[in-house]
Write a protein that binds this ligand. Structure first.
Ligand SMILES: NC(=O)c1ccc[n+]([C@@H]2O[C@H](COP(=O)([O-])OP(=O)(O)OC[C@H]3O[C@@H](n4cnc5c(N)ncnc54)[C@H](O)[C@@H]3O)[C@@H](O)[C@H]2O)c1
Length: 316
């Protein structure tokens, strides 16, 4: 993307390190910042291990990974990290006070023309731009984990974000092969997490009402609609099914679909019992370190295959 050369990523955690390595692989010079040396080093450990996995999966070569690593530097000093940046992507803890404070500091430390983007999952850009003197250059750039393998970035604009900022970010991401979409009106959950939560609410309804086991619900989605949704969106699928059929199906089913405003009982019970998922070894499934690695590998391999397929599809 013409004009954008230097990227700064603030917060080198799960998301920040992957966002940084993705920019570096695309050829940008990337400064990655975190609070202290240990956090920066942990970020680089994750970067190196992701590069190893990518080389193994043949999504990049060792030479390209090494070249990308050379484009990255680690920092604890914020001004040093963002002082010459064209674009800053913030990926610190999901805490509004911390993020607002950070945007104030970024506004003071980054060049006046720099775009300030937040990878927040739940806050609105209008909760962040008020802390800056550049509301037109503030937006949300919402990635999905793992950020270097999932192409989507939701660009969420506030009423103050300028068209030029949105178009610059869209061009930047398109140029590096990602799939940016623009959320024109800020809403909680943006686009994809709203749809995801709606689906999870129904999965909990099925589980809580004894309709099927967690295993069978997982298999049901993975082996049917999930596969289709990776290659055709809901509106494409609806057009293929026939809209008249959809009216009938909606009339029959909508009155029976969950519209709960409460968090599911099986979810709150699991958390109360200390069952937090893979990180404690038990959630809706039982996990060992090996089975966690295996499922992560399965997801990474399938995402890589889908990416290859989508690139081939775009060429045809
Ligand atoms: N985890 C996900 O799947 C996911 C997906 C999309 C968006 N997000 C969003 O990305 C952001 C980061 O989430 P994460 O999962 O990477 O969290 P994380 O806890 O892995 O990483 C956060 C990092 O920010 C650093 N940090 C905190 N305060 C800081 C400060 N003042 N200055 C510099 N660094 C600071 C921490 O040391 C840590 O390394 C959050 O806003 C989250 O909502 C997360």
């Amino acid at each position: 993307m013409a004009g954008i050369e230097r990227i700064a990523v603030v917060g080198a955690g799960l998301m920040g390190h992957a966002i940084a390595l993705d920019f570096a692989l695309a050829g940008f010079r990337v400064k990655m910042q975190d609070k202290n040396d240990a956090s920066v080093e942990r970020g680089f450990e994750m970067v190196r291990s992701d590069f190893d996995r990518m080389v193994k999966l043949k999504t990049t070569t060792r030479e390209k990974a090494n070249a990308a690593l050379k484009k990255m530097s680690g920092h604890t000093n914020l001004s040093e990290a963002v002082g010459d940046a064209d674009v800053v992507v913030e990926a610190v803890f999901e805490d509004l006070k911390i993020k607002q404070q950070m945007f104030k500091r970024l506004d003071a430390a980054a060049p006046k023309g720099a775009i300030l983007a937040s990878n927040t999952s739940s806050f609105m850009p209008s909760q962040l731009y008020t802390m800056t003197s550049r509301p037109d250059k503030v937006l949300v750039a919402h990635y999905f984990n793992p950020a270097h393998l999932i192409p989507l970035v939701e660009l969420v604009r506030s009423p103050e974000t300028s068209d030029a900022t949105v178009e610059t970010m869209r061009g930047l991401y398109e140029g590096m092969g990602k799939k940016p979409i623009v959320v024109e009106k800020e809403v909680i959950g943006f686009i994809v997490n709203r749809m995801q939560i709606a689906l999870q609410r129904e999965a909990f309804w099925l589980l809580d009402n004894g309709v099927a086991s967690a295993e069978d619900i997982d298999t049901g989605l993975k082996s049917s609609a999930g596969r289709r949704w990776a290659v055709a969106g809901p509106f494409e699928v609806m057009d293929l099914a026939g809209l008249d059929t959809l009216v009938d199906a909606s009339k029959a089913m909508l009155p029976h679909i969950s519209n709960s405003r409460e968090v599911s009982k099986s979810l709150t019970d699991a958390v109360e019992q200390g069952n937090l998922g893979t990180k404690t070894g038990k959630g809706f499934h039982t996990w060992t370190p090996e089975s966690v690695d295996a499922v992560k590998q399965r997801i990474a391999e399938a995402l890589v295959e889908l990416e290859r397929w989508s690139k081939k599809d775009a060429k045809e």
